[in-house]
Write a protein that binds this ligand. Structure first.
Ligand SMILES: *Cc1c(COP(=O)(O)O)cnc(C)c1O
Length: 365
């Protein structure tokens, strides 16, 4: 048995998402790029590469990783590039998307060898959480003034718009896209390609993938553009667990169990977005609050039900632990980082990365 904690990526589950993505690509004509900011565990790129068109990025390091580890089509985007990184970004990218007109003007020449685009902000989104809402008031994420964008059309041939966030609702996607068409139609008509970003949960159960694909195709036909999707979470949803072990139990008015992991260090978004982890089946007479081992008082995975009383040494699997976890893990409290293991299609499990004291030491000086 592999020592906990570790993230376990199950390729047979990953493939279910990949097949849905491949289906949408085929039906809609859209291309699908993996958003590396959500998931960049390159050991499974050999599998994902066959179902997706490439990667998109948020930084120099991500665009380089995408080029070197995934290959195929590589898009570069960043909220802002620096003078010391732009040449290397261009070297690794097939397309570069600037966040602002001023960044475009500053680097248009240095990026003249590749396709250039601009991020548009339609000022509407599906997000209800201010922290993650690209359309929040005064948002820095993209340009929204059509007249200003028209003046730089000679230097770009495409756009990126990312305003869906965890959007499981096709009608809402459809409505937001209609608003984009209304607002930016004159710009879209002059573009060769449009990326609709990520945040569309089209690999989820019951998502109407064929209606979605038809909508994408209609959009693509109307403006005569190549459509791109940038699925992060949708690519890897429900493919991975975080495997942990109970280190201690105590009763302080409730049953508590402490495990060898930490939400702050290993599943940070639970903390940021005030969500609880998922345990399956979460049934039985015994209820426990499962707590992390960092010293943060609120380091709690959630309260779950178990068939038997928990004891030291028991293992627990947190479900749906692929997105925004491995890319965000950190050394807070010096808690041992989870290893990364892959369950192959034949059922065998191999550990592809372990983190040691030396990695902790090297992360500081
Ligand atoms: C975050 C992000 C994505 C991926 O979002 P998911 O919700 O993980 O699908 C794609 N494109 C852009 C521009 C993003 O900022």
């Amino acid at each position: 048995m592999i020592e906990t904690p570790y993230y376990l990526i199950d390729k047979s589950k990953l493939i279910r998402n990949m097949e849905k993505i491949a289906h949408v690509r085929e039906k809609s004509g859209a291309k699908a790029l993996l958003a590396l900011k959500c998931f960049a565990t390159w050991s499974v790129f050999d599998l994902m590469r066959d179902y997706m068109d490439g990667t998109t990025s948020s930084s120099l390091f991500e665009v380089r990783l995408g080029r070197e580890k995934f290959g195929k089509e590589t898009h570069a985007y960043s909220v802002a590039y620096g003078d010391n990184e732009i040449d290397e970004v261009v070297l690794h990218a097939d397309k570069i998307i600037f966040n602002s007109i001023s960044q475009l003007e500053r680097y248009a020449e240095r990026a003249a060898g590749i396709a250039r685009g601009l991020r548009l902000n339609p000022q509407v989104s599906s997000s209800s959480f201010d922290l993650a809402d690209p359309a929040r008031p005064f948002s820095r994420l993209g340009e929204w003034d059509v007249a200003k964008v028209e003046r730089v059309m000679d230097r770009i041939n495409g756009f990126m718009i990312h305003n869906n966030c965890e959007n499981k609702n096709f009608d809402l996607f459809d409505c937001l896209l209609a608003q984009i068409e209304e607002r930016f139609g004159s710009l879209l008509e002059r573009a060769d390609w449009v990326s609709l970003g990520g945040g569309i949960h089209f690999t989820g159960d019951d998502y109407p993938v064929d209606t979605f694909s038809a909508r994408l195709r209609a959009f693509s036909d109307r403006y005569d553009v190549q459509v791109y999707l940038e699925p992060g979470e949708a690519s890897i949803t429900k493919s991975t667990t975080l495997e942990v072990t109970v280190l201690d139990t105590l009763y302080n008015g409730r049953n508590l169990a402490i495990v060898d992991s930490s939400i702050e260090a290993h599943m940070l978004d639970l903390l940021i977005y005030r969500e609880t982890a998922k345990v399956s089946p979460n049934e039985g007479p015994h209820s426990y609050m499962i707590c992390g081992k960092s010293c943060l008082a609120g380091d709690v995975f959630g309260e779950f039900r178990f068939a038997d009383a928990l004891k030291v040494g028991d293992r627990i699997s947190f479900q749906d632990a692929a997105g925004y976890t491995m890319v965000k893990k950190n050394w807070f409290n010096g808690v041992k980082m989870p290893a990364i293991a892959i369950k192959e299609l034949d059922g065998s499990v191999r550990t592809v990365r372990e983190f040691t004291y030396a990695d902790f030491e090297k992360s500081l000086s």
